[in-house]
Write a protein that binds this ligand. Structure first.
Ligand code: URA
Length: 289
């Protein structure tokens, strides 16, 4: 199937300017297609075959964008918001112009792995409740988490609205007794981060420490995405989540090289892994193609 697009639309989509700015570039002879200067900014071309250059520099065409972000606390997982900064505000214009959106939501005070893309089909499959895509979180929890909680989460717990959760896998990574410095490096770092980051719940941490509560560093994998699910699951077993970070979603793992607020585009291997994962999920559900 031949797919053609107007030159000015293609350059506009890639963030090279408004239609009239692109018209001006064309008028100045700065744009070539297959080596020849263009006269008509509205000329049709095949963006996959025709070679477009601006000031002699090849223009790399793409339609899709896949970004892995380490969402920081304080930003909302949306494309726009009247009050708060959004995760999309962290991206540069040349990616923003491709209209990526976050695949699912993390709470404003949750950090960690967020996928942003404009691939609606992929996002839909990853979010569809029937696909049960696993999501793994690490959390600092007030209280001593243990085998009883793991058994409750395996069996399913009733949330505050009566919904009973699907089986989830809890691993308790470390418990620090009251007044004890956590021996787990990642847990200690999360506590440090809470102390230093206004958008995190420092007051809650200080209260828990004043109350001489034990603190647990846990990993929880769930296969659904109800509103505030992890916080509500711990509330169901009488514990409070103080800090939450997502570390994996389906086949994607948060790149440890990304600090909060940092992002990078997915590698080809990661995109391939997501596509294969989607295919496997569809096949498991009896879809073809
Ligand atoms: N569960 C929560 O409670 N919050 C999140 O942001 C994600 C999962």
């Amino acid at each position: 199937m031949k797919k053609s697009i107007r030159l000015d639309k293609m350059l506009g989509n890639l963030g090279y300017g408004t239609r009239s700015e692109i018209k001006q570039l064309v008028r100045l002879g700065k744009v070539t297609v297959n080596g020849s200067a263009v006269k008509d900014p509205g000329m049709k071309l095949d963006p996959h075959l025709d070679r477009v250059a601006l000031d002699g520099e090849p223009v790399a065409y793409r339609e899709e964008v896949y970004v892995m972000m380490h969402k920081p606390a304080g930003l909302v997982s949306a494309t726009e918001d009247r009050r708060d900064r959004t995760v999309v505000d962290l991206l540069p214009d040349e990616l923003g112009v491709l209209s990526p959106f976050p695949v699912g939501r993390l709470d404003k005070d949750t950090e960690g792995l967020l996928l942003l893309t404009n691939d609606g089909k992929l996002a839909h499959e990853l979010l569809a409740p029937r696909r049960h895509v696993p999501k793994t979180y690490r959390a600092l929890v007030e209280g001593e988490a243990g085998e009883e909680d793991a058994a409750a989460f395996r069996a399913g717990v009733a949330l505050d609205d009566g919904y009973v959760t699907l089986p989830a896998h809890l691993r308790v990574l470390h418990v620090a007794k009251p007044g004890e410095a956590p021996a787990d490096r990642e847990m200690a770092e999360a506590i440090e981060r809470m102390r230093a980051t206004p958008a995190l719940r420092r007051d809650e941490l200080e209260r828990a420490q004043r109350d001489r509560s034990p603190l647990s560093w846990i990993e929880l994998t769930i296969h659904e995405g109800k509103y505030h699910q992890v916080k509500r699951m711990f509330a169901a077993v009488g514990k409070r989540v103080l800090y939450l970070r997502r570390v994996a979603m389906g086949p994607l793992e948060l790149d440890p090289a990304l600090g909060p607020g940092e992002w990078r585009e997915l590698t080809e291997a990661e995109i391939e892994a997501l596509r294969n994962y989607r295919k496997e999920k569809r096949a498991a559900d009896g879809f073809v193609g």
